[in-house]
Design a protein around this ligand. Structure first.
Ligand code: 16G
Ligand code: ZN
Length: 529
Protein backbone atom coordinates (compact mmCIF):
# COMPACT_ATOMS: atom_id res chain seq x y z
CA UNK A 1 0.00 0.00 0.00
CA UNK A 2 0.99 3.67 -0.22
CA UNK A 3 3.43 5.15 2.26
CA UNK A 4 1.15 7.99 3.35
CA UNK A 5 3.68 9.59 5.66
CA UNK A 6 6.35 9.75 3.04
CA UNK A 7 3.93 11.18 0.48
CA UNK A 8 2.81 13.77 3.01
CA UNK A 9 6.39 14.71 3.93
CA UNK A 10 7.51 15.15 0.32
CA UNK A 11 4.28 16.83 -0.83
CA UNK A 12 4.84 19.52 1.84
CA UNK A 13 8.07 20.42 0.05
CA UNK A 14 6.02 21.12 -3.10
CA UNK A 15 2.85 22.90 -1.96
CA UNK A 16 0.18 23.51 -4.57
CA UNK A 17 -0.46 27.12 -5.57
CA UNK A 18 -3.87 28.63 -6.22
CA UNK A 19 -3.80 27.70 -9.90
CA UNK A 20 -5.89 25.24 -11.91
CA UNK A 21 -3.78 22.97 -14.11
CA UNK A 22 -4.75 20.94 -17.17
CA UNK A 23 -2.83 18.16 -18.90
CA UNK A 24 -3.44 19.26 -22.49
CA UNK A 25 -2.20 18.54 -26.01
CA UNK A 26 1.41 18.84 -24.97
CA UNK A 27 1.19 17.85 -21.30
CA UNK A 28 1.26 20.57 -18.66
CA UNK A 29 2.53 23.89 -19.89
CA UNK A 30 2.57 27.30 -18.22
CA UNK A 31 4.98 29.66 -16.41
CA UNK A 32 7.88 27.69 -14.94
CA UNK A 33 7.47 29.38 -11.55
CA UNK A 34 4.05 27.81 -10.90
CA UNK A 35 4.97 24.25 -11.89
CA UNK A 36 6.78 22.86 -8.85
CA UNK A 37 3.81 21.00 -7.36
CA UNK A 38 2.73 19.85 -10.81
CA UNK A 39 6.09 18.21 -11.38
CA UNK A 40 5.79 16.41 -8.07
CA UNK A 41 2.38 15.07 -9.10
CA UNK A 42 3.71 13.98 -12.50
CA UNK A 43 6.47 12.03 -10.72
CA UNK A 44 3.77 10.22 -8.77
CA UNK A 45 1.76 9.43 -11.88
CA UNK A 46 4.83 8.25 -13.78
CA UNK A 47 5.39 5.61 -11.08
CA UNK A 48 1.83 4.34 -11.37
CA UNK A 49 2.09 4.29 -15.16
CA UNK A 50 5.30 2.27 -14.95
CA UNK A 51 3.65 -0.17 -12.56
CA UNK A 52 0.68 -0.44 -14.89
CA UNK A 53 3.19 -1.50 -17.57
CA UNK A 54 4.69 -4.10 -15.20
CA UNK A 55 7.77 -2.03 -14.47
CA UNK A 56 8.62 -0.82 -17.96
CA UNK A 57 10.41 2.52 -18.13
CA UNK A 58 8.32 5.67 -18.43
CA UNK A 59 9.82 8.89 -19.81
CA UNK A 60 9.24 12.42 -18.57
CA UNK A 61 10.34 15.43 -20.63
CA UNK A 62 10.56 18.84 -19.01
CA UNK A 63 10.15 21.44 -21.74
CA UNK A 64 7.93 24.20 -23.07
CA UNK A 65 9.04 23.69 -26.65
CA UNK A 66 8.68 26.87 -28.73
CA UNK A 67 7.27 28.97 -25.87
CA UNK A 68 9.28 31.75 -24.16
CA UNK A 69 12.15 31.03 -21.77
CA UNK A 70 10.14 31.66 -18.60
CA UNK A 71 7.57 29.00 -19.52
CA UNK A 72 8.02 25.35 -18.83
CA UNK A 73 6.08 22.13 -18.95
CA UNK A 74 6.20 18.39 -18.76
CA UNK A 75 4.91 15.46 -20.73
CA UNK A 76 5.01 11.75 -20.07
CA UNK A 77 6.25 9.20 -22.57
CA UNK A 78 4.96 5.63 -22.91
CA UNK A 79 7.40 2.67 -22.97
CA UNK A 80 7.55 2.51 -26.79
CA UNK A 81 8.10 6.26 -27.01
CA UNK A 82 4.58 7.48 -27.71
CA UNK A 83 2.72 10.22 -25.87
CA UNK A 84 0.93 9.28 -22.65
CA UNK A 85 -2.25 7.31 -23.32
CA UNK A 86 -5.14 9.75 -23.54
CA UNK A 87 -7.15 7.84 -20.95
CA UNK A 88 -4.54 8.82 -18.34
CA UNK A 89 -4.56 12.54 -19.06
CA UNK A 90 -7.46 13.15 -16.71
CA UNK A 91 -5.60 11.38 -13.89
CA UNK A 92 -2.69 13.73 -14.48
CA UNK A 93 -5.05 16.69 -14.20
CA UNK A 94 -6.68 15.33 -11.02
CA UNK A 95 -3.36 14.69 -9.26
CA UNK A 96 -2.01 18.10 -10.24
CA UNK A 97 -5.02 19.89 -8.77
CA UNK A 98 -4.99 18.16 -5.38
CA UNK A 99 -4.35 20.88 -2.80
CA UNK A 100 -3.97 18.84 0.38
CA UNK A 101 -2.34 15.52 1.23
CA UNK A 102 -5.81 14.12 1.80
CA UNK A 103 -6.97 15.13 -1.67
CA UNK A 104 -3.76 13.83 -3.18
CA UNK A 105 -4.11 10.42 -1.51
CA UNK A 106 -7.70 10.24 -2.66
CA UNK A 107 -6.69 10.99 -6.24
CA UNK A 108 -3.87 8.46 -6.10
CA UNK A 109 -6.11 5.75 -4.67
CA UNK A 110 -8.63 6.51 -7.38
CA UNK A 111 -6.08 5.78 -10.12
CA UNK A 112 -4.86 2.69 -8.29
CA UNK A 113 -8.39 1.31 -7.97
CA UNK A 114 -9.60 2.21 -11.45
CA UNK A 115 -6.50 0.87 -13.17
CA UNK A 116 -6.01 -2.07 -10.78
CA UNK A 117 -2.40 -1.02 -10.17
CA UNK A 118 -0.21 -3.61 -8.49
CA UNK A 119 1.88 -1.50 -6.11
CA UNK A 120 4.36 -4.32 -5.62
CA UNK A 121 5.57 -3.86 -9.21
CA UNK A 122 8.86 -2.04 -9.71
CA UNK A 123 8.72 1.44 -11.27
CA UNK A 124 11.34 3.15 -13.41
CA UNK A 125 11.29 6.67 -14.75
CA UNK A 126 13.77 8.55 -16.94
CA UNK A 127 13.75 12.30 -17.20
CA UNK A 128 15.29 14.84 -19.57
CA UNK A 129 14.98 18.59 -19.88
CA UNK A 130 15.60 21.43 -22.30
CA UNK A 131 17.80 24.47 -21.53
CA UNK A 132 15.26 26.53 -19.58
CA UNK A 133 16.60 27.93 -16.26
CA UNK A 134 13.62 26.54 -14.32
CA UNK A 135 14.27 23.02 -15.62
CA UNK A 136 16.73 21.79 -13.03
CA UNK A 137 14.51 22.63 -10.03
CA UNK A 138 11.49 21.15 -11.75
CA UNK A 139 13.32 17.89 -12.38
CA UNK A 140 14.13 17.78 -8.65
CA UNK A 141 10.43 18.16 -7.84
CA UNK A 142 9.46 15.43 -10.29
CA UNK A 143 12.15 13.26 -8.75
CA UNK A 144 10.62 13.73 -5.28
CA UNK A 145 7.30 12.56 -6.71
CA UNK A 146 8.87 9.40 -8.07
CA UNK A 147 10.59 8.71 -4.74
CA UNK A 148 7.42 9.35 -2.74
CA UNK A 149 5.96 6.23 -4.37
CA UNK A 150 9.17 4.22 -4.12
CA UNK A 151 10.12 4.38 -7.81
CA UNK A 152 13.60 4.85 -9.23
CA UNK A 153 14.48 7.75 -11.48
CA UNK A 154 17.41 8.36 -13.81
CA UNK A 155 18.11 11.93 -14.77
CA UNK A 156 19.55 12.18 -18.30
CA UNK A 157 20.04 15.93 -17.96
CA UNK A 158 19.89 18.17 -21.02
CA UNK A 159 18.54 16.63 -24.19
CA UNK A 160 16.03 17.18 -26.96
CA UNK A 161 12.48 15.86 -26.61
CA UNK A 162 12.96 13.25 -29.37
CA UNK A 163 16.17 12.02 -27.71
CA UNK A 164 14.23 11.33 -24.51
CA UNK A 165 11.59 9.45 -26.51
CA UNK A 166 14.36 7.48 -28.24
CA UNK A 167 16.06 6.53 -24.99
CA UNK A 168 12.78 5.49 -23.39
CA UNK A 169 12.08 3.10 -26.27
CA UNK A 170 15.65 1.74 -26.27
CA UNK A 171 15.46 0.99 -22.56
CA UNK A 172 12.26 -1.00 -23.05
CA UNK A 173 13.33 -3.01 -26.09
CA UNK A 174 16.64 -4.55 -25.00
CA UNK A 175 18.73 -2.87 -27.64
CA UNK A 176 16.44 -3.69 -30.58
CA UNK A 177 15.82 0.00 -31.24
CA UNK A 178 19.35 1.23 -30.46
CA UNK A 179 21.70 1.95 -27.58
CA UNK A 180 19.97 3.84 -24.77
CA UNK A 181 22.56 6.62 -24.70
CA UNK A 182 23.04 10.01 -26.28
CA UNK A 183 25.94 8.63 -28.29
CA UNK A 184 23.83 5.67 -29.40
CA UNK A 185 21.33 8.14 -30.81
CA UNK A 186 23.98 10.04 -32.80
CA UNK A 187 25.51 6.85 -34.13
CA UNK A 188 22.20 5.40 -35.26
CA UNK A 189 21.22 8.53 -37.18
CA UNK A 190 24.66 9.16 -38.65
CA UNK A 191 25.12 5.57 -39.83
CA UNK A 192 21.71 5.46 -41.49
CA UNK A 193 22.32 8.82 -43.19
CA UNK A 194 25.68 7.66 -44.52
CA UNK A 195 24.12 4.51 -45.95
CA UNK A 196 21.84 6.64 -48.12
CA UNK A 197 24.14 9.43 -49.29
CA UNK A 198 27.59 7.89 -49.57
CA UNK A 199 28.82 8.04 -53.14
CA UNK A 200 26.32 10.73 -54.11
CA UNK A 201 27.05 14.39 -54.77
CA UNK A 202 27.03 16.47 -51.60
CA UNK A 203 24.90 19.63 -51.44
CA UNK A 204 25.87 23.10 -50.23
CA UNK A 205 26.07 24.01 -46.52
CA UNK A 206 22.92 23.78 -44.43
CA UNK A 207 22.44 26.77 -42.11
CA UNK A 208 20.42 25.68 -39.11
CA UNK A 209 18.72 28.13 -36.75
CA UNK A 210 18.97 26.44 -33.34
CA UNK A 211 16.50 28.87 -31.68
CA UNK A 212 19.17 29.27 -28.96
CA UNK A 213 17.87 26.03 -27.49
CA UNK A 214 18.93 22.46 -26.85
CA UNK A 215 18.75 21.60 -30.56
CA UNK A 216 21.84 23.73 -31.24
CA UNK A 217 24.44 21.87 -29.13
CA UNK A 218 22.76 18.57 -29.94
CA UNK A 219 23.12 19.18 -33.66
CA UNK A 220 26.76 20.22 -33.16
CA UNK A 221 27.39 16.88 -31.46
CA UNK A 222 25.50 14.92 -34.12
CA UNK A 223 27.47 16.65 -36.88
CA UNK A 224 30.71 15.24 -35.43
CA UNK A 225 29.49 11.77 -36.37
CA UNK A 226 29.00 12.71 -40.03
CA UNK A 227 32.06 13.45 -42.17
CA UNK A 228 32.28 16.95 -43.61
CA UNK A 229 32.71 15.38 -47.08
CA UNK A 230 29.10 14.24 -47.06
CA UNK A 231 27.36 16.94 -45.03
CA UNK A 232 28.29 20.43 -43.96
CA UNK A 233 26.12 22.10 -41.35
CA UNK A 234 26.51 25.44 -39.70
CA UNK A 235 24.50 26.10 -36.55
CA UNK A 236 23.27 29.67 -36.08
CA UNK A 237 21.49 30.95 -32.94
CA UNK A 238 23.29 28.57 -30.61
CA UNK A 239 23.49 30.80 -27.53
CA UNK A 240 22.01 28.54 -24.86
CA UNK A 241 23.89 30.43 -22.12
CA UNK A 242 21.62 33.48 -22.42
CA UNK A 243 18.28 32.09 -21.27
CA UNK A 244 16.21 35.02 -22.48
CA UNK A 245 17.25 34.35 -26.08
CA UNK A 246 15.49 30.99 -26.23
CA UNK A 247 13.03 31.05 -29.17
CA UNK A 248 13.42 34.83 -29.26
CA UNK A 249 12.95 36.09 -32.83
CA UNK A 250 14.13 32.67 -33.89
CA UNK A 251 13.03 29.08 -34.18
CA UNK A 252 10.55 27.09 -36.22
CA UNK A 253 7.42 28.68 -34.74
CA UNK A 254 8.67 32.24 -35.23
CA UNK A 255 9.53 31.52 -38.87
CA UNK A 256 6.34 29.61 -39.65
CA UNK A 257 3.92 32.05 -38.04
CA UNK A 258 5.67 35.20 -39.26
CA UNK A 259 6.73 33.78 -42.64
CA UNK A 260 10.04 35.57 -42.22
CA UNK A 261 13.67 34.79 -41.46
CA UNK A 262 14.90 34.62 -37.88
CA UNK A 263 17.46 36.98 -36.37
CA UNK A 264 21.09 36.07 -36.80
CA UNK A 265 21.04 35.37 -40.54
CA UNK A 266 22.55 37.38 -43.34
CA UNK A 267 20.31 35.61 -45.81
CA UNK A 268 21.47 35.44 -49.43
CA UNK A 269 19.85 33.74 -52.41
CA UNK A 270 21.20 30.22 -52.73
CA UNK A 271 21.58 29.65 -48.97
CA UNK A 272 19.81 26.55 -47.67
CA UNK A 273 18.38 27.17 -44.21
CA UNK A 274 16.13 25.56 -41.59
CA UNK A 275 14.85 26.37 -38.11
CA UNK A 276 14.44 24.07 -35.11
CA UNK A 277 12.19 24.82 -32.15
CA UNK A 278 13.24 25.04 -28.50
CA UNK A 279 13.19 21.28 -27.85
CA UNK A 280 14.06 20.21 -31.42
CA UNK A 281 10.94 18.23 -32.24
CA UNK A 282 9.99 20.55 -35.10
CA UNK A 283 11.76 21.82 -38.17
CA UNK A 284 10.87 24.06 -41.09
CA UNK A 285 13.10 24.83 -44.07
CA UNK A 286 13.40 28.18 -45.82
CA UNK A 287 15.33 30.14 -48.44
CA UNK A 288 15.24 33.20 -50.71
CA UNK A 289 14.10 32.48 -54.23
CA UNK A 290 15.69 34.04 -57.32
CA UNK A 291 13.45 37.09 -56.99
CA UNK A 292 14.64 37.56 -53.42
CA UNK A 293 11.32 36.50 -51.88
CA UNK A 294 11.36 34.60 -48.58
CA UNK A 295 10.04 31.07 -49.13
CA UNK A 296 9.00 28.62 -46.45
CA UNK A 297 9.11 24.84 -46.81
CA UNK A 298 6.88 23.76 -43.96
CA UNK A 299 5.64 20.44 -42.58
CA UNK A 300 3.34 19.95 -45.58
CA UNK A 301 6.29 20.29 -47.94
CA UNK A 302 8.33 17.86 -45.85
CA UNK A 303 5.46 15.34 -45.83
CA UNK A 304 4.93 15.51 -49.58
CA UNK A 305 8.67 15.21 -50.25
CA UNK A 306 8.93 12.16 -48.01
CA UNK A 307 5.76 10.49 -49.30
CA UNK A 308 6.78 10.98 -52.93
CA UNK A 309 10.27 9.61 -52.31
CA UNK A 310 9.11 6.58 -50.36
CA UNK A 311 6.38 5.77 -52.89
CA UNK A 312 9.03 5.77 -55.60
CA UNK A 313 11.30 3.46 -53.59
CA UNK A 314 8.51 1.03 -52.76
CA UNK A 315 7.63 0.84 -56.45
CA UNK A 316 11.25 0.46 -57.55
CA UNK A 317 11.92 -2.19 -54.90
CA UNK A 318 8.84 -4.15 -56.02
CA UNK A 319 7.75 -4.87 -52.44
CA UNK A 320 4.13 -5.98 -52.74
CA UNK A 321 1.21 -4.74 -50.64
CA UNK A 322 2.81 -1.72 -49.02
CA UNK A 323 0.22 0.98 -48.47
CA UNK A 324 1.77 4.44 -48.07
CA UNK A 325 -0.56 6.98 -46.47
CA UNK A 326 -0.42 10.55 -45.27
CA UNK A 327 -1.91 12.17 -42.17
CA UNK A 328 -2.64 15.88 -42.01
CA UNK A 329 -4.49 18.34 -39.82
CA UNK A 330 -6.81 21.19 -40.72
CA UNK A 331 -3.73 23.44 -40.84
CA UNK A 332 -2.43 21.62 -43.91
CA UNK A 333 -2.41 23.99 -46.85
CA UNK A 334 -5.21 23.27 -49.34
CA UNK A 335 -2.65 23.04 -52.15
CA UNK A 336 -0.68 20.40 -50.26
CA UNK A 337 -3.76 18.25 -49.77
CA UNK A 338 -4.70 18.58 -53.44
CA UNK A 339 -1.14 17.68 -54.53
CA UNK A 340 -1.10 14.57 -52.33
CA UNK A 341 -4.46 13.36 -53.60
CA UNK A 342 -4.19 14.29 -57.28
CA UNK A 343 -0.49 14.08 -58.14
CA UNK A 344 1.02 11.66 -55.63
CA UNK A 345 -2.25 9.73 -55.40
CA UNK A 346 -1.60 8.87 -51.78
CA UNK A 347 -4.57 8.51 -49.42
CA UNK A 348 -4.91 11.31 -46.85
CA UNK A 349 -6.47 11.06 -43.41
CA UNK A 350 -7.27 14.12 -41.28
CA UNK A 351 -7.02 14.23 -37.49
CA UNK A 352 -7.34 16.83 -34.77
CA UNK A 353 -4.26 18.90 -33.94
CA UNK A 354 -1.68 17.32 -31.64
CA UNK A 355 0.94 14.70 -32.25
CA UNK A 356 -0.85 11.88 -30.46
CA UNK A 357 -3.76 12.07 -32.89
CA UNK A 358 -1.59 12.08 -36.00
CA UNK A 359 0.71 9.39 -34.69
CA UNK A 360 -2.07 6.91 -34.07
CA UNK A 361 -3.65 7.54 -37.46
CA UNK A 362 -0.27 7.01 -39.15
CA UNK A 363 0.08 3.63 -37.45
CA UNK A 364 -2.84 2.41 -39.55
CA UNK A 365 -0.70 2.43 -42.73
CA UNK A 366 2.28 0.24 -43.68
CA UNK A 367 4.15 3.48 -44.16
CA UNK A 368 2.40 6.38 -42.45
CA UNK A 369 3.74 9.85 -43.13
CA UNK A 370 2.48 12.44 -40.67
CA UNK A 371 3.40 16.08 -40.37
CA UNK A 372 1.72 19.09 -38.91
CA UNK A 373 2.16 22.19 -41.06
CA UNK A 374 4.19 23.65 -38.17
CA UNK A 375 6.97 21.16 -38.89
CA UNK A 376 6.30 18.45 -36.33
CA UNK A 377 6.17 14.99 -37.81
CA UNK A 378 7.78 11.75 -38.78
CA UNK A 379 7.27 8.63 -40.89
CA UNK A 380 6.15 5.41 -39.22
CA UNK A 381 6.97 2.02 -40.67
CA UNK A 382 4.80 -0.89 -39.52
CA UNK A 383 6.57 -4.01 -38.23
CA UNK A 384 5.27 -5.79 -41.34
CA UNK A 385 6.76 -3.20 -43.68
CA UNK A 386 10.15 -3.31 -41.94
CA UNK A 387 10.10 -7.09 -42.17
CA UNK A 388 9.22 -6.97 -45.86
CA UNK A 389 12.09 -4.55 -46.59
CA UNK A 390 14.50 -6.96 -44.91
CA UNK A 391 13.16 -10.23 -46.31
CA UNK A 392 12.81 -9.05 -49.90
CA UNK A 393 16.00 -9.75 -51.85
CA UNK A 394 15.49 -7.86 -55.08
CA UNK A 395 16.85 -9.11 -58.38
CA UNK A 396 18.03 -6.07 -60.31
CA UNK A 397 20.51 -3.48 -59.06
CA UNK A 398 17.77 -0.90 -59.00
CA UNK A 399 15.60 -3.08 -56.80
CA UNK A 400 18.47 -3.82 -54.42
CA UNK A 401 19.39 -0.15 -54.11
CA UNK A 402 15.80 0.86 -53.42
CA UNK A 403 15.51 -1.81 -50.74
CA UNK A 404 18.73 -0.72 -49.05
CA UNK A 405 17.52 2.89 -49.02
CA UNK A 406 14.19 1.84 -47.50
CA UNK A 407 15.97 -0.14 -44.77
CA UNK A 408 18.23 2.82 -44.01
CA UNK A 409 15.21 5.14 -43.82
CA UNK A 410 13.61 2.95 -41.16
CA UNK A 411 16.71 3.58 -39.02
CA UNK A 412 17.17 7.22 -39.96
CA UNK A 413 13.62 8.30 -39.16
CA UNK A 414 12.70 8.51 -35.49
CA UNK A 415 9.86 6.02 -34.96
CA UNK A 416 8.74 7.46 -31.63
CA UNK A 417 7.94 11.09 -32.36
CA UNK A 418 8.71 13.98 -34.71
CA UNK A 419 12.42 14.74 -34.49
CA UNK A 420 13.91 17.89 -36.03
CA UNK A 421 17.40 16.41 -36.39
CA UNK A 422 16.24 13.12 -37.83
CA UNK A 423 13.86 14.99 -40.16
CA UNK A 424 16.69 17.29 -41.23
CA UNK A 425 18.81 14.29 -42.24
CA UNK A 426 15.85 12.63 -43.95
CA UNK A 427 15.17 15.71 -46.08
CA UNK A 428 18.86 16.08 -46.87
CA UNK A 429 19.14 12.40 -47.82
CA UNK A 430 16.17 12.79 -50.19
CA UNK A 431 17.47 16.00 -51.76
CA UNK A 432 20.91 14.42 -52.25
CA UNK A 433 19.37 11.27 -53.73
CA UNK A 434 17.24 13.27 -56.12
CA UNK A 435 19.88 15.98 -56.70
CA UNK A 436 17.25 18.62 -56.07
CA UNK A 437 17.61 22.16 -54.77
CA UNK A 438 15.20 23.76 -52.32
CA UNK A 439 13.61 25.56 -55.28
CA UNK A 440 13.07 22.25 -57.13
CA UNK A 441 11.52 20.79 -54.00
CA UNK A 442 9.35 23.88 -53.55
CA UNK A 443 8.10 23.77 -57.14
CA UNK A 444 5.93 20.66 -56.58
CA UNK A 445 3.00 22.92 -55.69
CA UNK A 446 2.39 26.52 -54.60
CA UNK A 447 0.92 27.16 -51.19
CA UNK A 448 -2.37 29.04 -51.05
CA UNK A 449 -1.87 32.27 -49.10
CA UNK A 450 -2.88 31.79 -45.45
CA UNK A 451 -3.14 33.68 -42.19
CA UNK A 452 -3.07 32.43 -38.60
CA UNK A 453 -4.41 34.68 -35.84
CA UNK A 454 -5.13 34.27 -32.17
CA UNK A 455 -7.97 35.84 -30.25
CA UNK A 456 -8.29 36.25 -26.49
CA UNK A 457 -11.82 35.31 -25.47
CA UNK A 458 -13.38 35.27 -22.03
CA UNK A 459 -13.69 31.47 -21.99
CA UNK A 460 -12.06 29.44 -24.70
CA UNK A 461 -13.68 26.24 -23.41
CA UNK A 462 -16.97 27.51 -24.86
CA UNK A 463 -15.48 26.72 -28.25
CA UNK A 464 -15.82 23.07 -29.19
CA UNK A 465 -14.08 21.90 -32.36
CA UNK A 466 -15.31 18.81 -34.21
CA UNK A 467 -14.54 16.98 -37.47
CA UNK A 468 -10.76 17.06 -37.02
CA UNK A 469 -10.88 20.71 -35.96
CA UNK A 470 -12.49 21.83 -39.21
CA UNK A 471 -15.78 22.94 -37.63
CA UNK A 472 -17.19 24.26 -34.37
CA UNK A 473 -20.18 22.57 -32.75
CA UNK A 474 -20.32 25.30 -30.10
CA UNK A 475 -21.10 28.15 -29.54
CA UNK A 476 -24.40 27.59 -31.33
CA UNK A 477 -24.69 29.11 -34.77
CA UNK A 478 -21.12 30.32 -35.00
CA UNK A 479 -20.07 27.81 -37.64
CA UNK A 480 -22.86 28.96 -39.96
CA UNK A 481 -21.60 32.51 -39.74
CA UNK A 482 -18.06 31.38 -40.55
CA UNK A 483 -19.34 29.34 -43.49
CA UNK A 484 -21.18 32.37 -44.86
CA UNK A 485 -17.98 34.42 -44.85
CA UNK A 486 -15.87 31.64 -46.32
CA UNK A 487 -18.17 31.25 -49.29
CA UNK A 488 -17.54 34.87 -50.29
CA UNK A 489 -13.86 34.15 -51.05
CA UNK A 490 -12.27 32.26 -53.91
CA UNK A 491 -10.57 29.15 -52.44
CA UNK A 492 -11.78 30.46 -49.09
CA UNK A 493 -11.34 28.17 -46.10
CA UNK A 494 -11.32 29.11 -42.46
CA UNK A 495 -11.62 27.31 -39.15
CA UNK A 496 -11.56 28.19 -35.48
CA UNK A 497 -10.30 26.01 -32.62
CA UNK A 498 -9.45 26.55 -28.97
CA UNK A 499 -5.72 26.31 -28.35
CA UNK A 500 -4.55 23.38 -26.27
CA UNK A 501 -1.44 25.20 -25.07
CA UNK A 502 -2.42 28.86 -24.59
CA UNK A 503 -5.46 30.69 -23.29
CA UNK A 504 -6.57 31.78 -26.77
CA UNK A 505 -8.70 30.70 -29.70
CA UNK A 506 -6.89 30.24 -33.01
CA UNK A 507 -8.27 31.39 -36.35
CA UNK A 508 -6.91 30.05 -39.62
CA UNK A 509 -7.85 31.36 -43.04
CA UNK A 510 -6.80 30.56 -46.56
CA UNK A 511 -7.78 32.23 -49.86
CA UNK A 512 -6.61 32.97 -53.39
CA UNK A 513 -4.55 36.04 -52.46
CA UNK A 514 -2.71 37.12 -49.33
CA UNK A 515 -4.96 40.15 -48.99
CA UNK A 516 -8.04 37.90 -49.11
CA UNK A 517 -6.60 35.41 -46.63
CA UNK A 518 -5.83 38.31 -44.27
CA UNK A 519 -9.30 39.76 -44.76
CA UNK A 520 -11.08 36.46 -44.16
CA UNK A 521 -9.05 35.86 -40.99
CA UNK A 522 -9.83 39.37 -39.84
CA UNK A 523 -13.57 38.94 -40.43
CA UNK A 524 -13.69 35.61 -38.63
CA UNK A 525 -11.77 37.08 -35.67
CA UNK A 526 -14.44 39.79 -35.55
CA UNK A 527 -17.24 37.21 -35.48
CA UNK A 528 -15.88 35.23 -32.56
CA UNK A 529 -14.65 38.10 -30.40
C1 16G B 1 1.43 21.17 -29.13
C2 16G B 1 1.48 19.92 -29.94
C3 16G B 1 1.58 20.25 -31.39
C4 16G B 1 0.46 21.16 -31.79
C5 16G B 1 0.40 22.35 -30.90
C6 16G B 1 -0.86 23.10 -31.14
C7 16G B 1 2.50 17.86 -29.28
C8 16G B 1 3.77 17.20 -28.87
N1 16G B 1 2.61 19.14 -29.56
O1 16G B 1 2.63 21.89 -29.24
O2 16G B 1 1.52 19.06 -32.10
O3 16G B 1 0.62 21.59 -33.10
O4 16G B 1 0.36 21.92 -29.56
O5 16G B 1 -0.92 24.13 -30.22
O6 16G B 1 1.45 17.26 -29.35
P1 16G B 1 -2.25 24.88 -29.94
O7 16G B 1 -3.25 23.89 -29.43
O8 16G B 1 -1.87 25.92 -28.95
O9 16G B 1 -2.67 25.48 -31.25
ZN1 ZN C 1 8.72 21.40 -29.71
Amino acid sequence: SLNNDKIDELFKKHPKLDVTYTYGTAGFRTKGEVLDSVMFSVGLLAVLRSQKHSGKVIGAMVTASHNPAEDNGVKLVEPMGEMLAQSWESYATELANAGTTEELLKALNNVIAKESIDLSQPAKVVVGRDTRPSGEGLVAALSDGVKALGGTITDYGLMTTPQLHYITRCLNTQGAYGEPTEEGYYKKLAEAFKRIVTGKVKQSTLYIDGANGIGAPTLQKLAKFIPEEILSVKVVNDDTATASKLNLKSGADFVKVGQKKPDGFDLQPGMRCASLDGDADRIVFWYLNKEGTFKLLDGDKIATLAAGFIMGLVKAAKVPNIQVGLVQTAYANGSATAYVKDTLQVPVVFTATGVKHLHHAAEEFDVGVYFEANGHGTVLFSPGAIKAFHSTQGTTDEEKKALETLRALTDLINQTVGDALSDMLMVEAILVSQQRSYADWDSAYSDLPSRLEKVKVSNRLEFVAIKADTELSKPDGLQQKINQQMSKFKNGRSFVRPSGTEDVVRVYAEADTQANADLLAHIVCGIIF
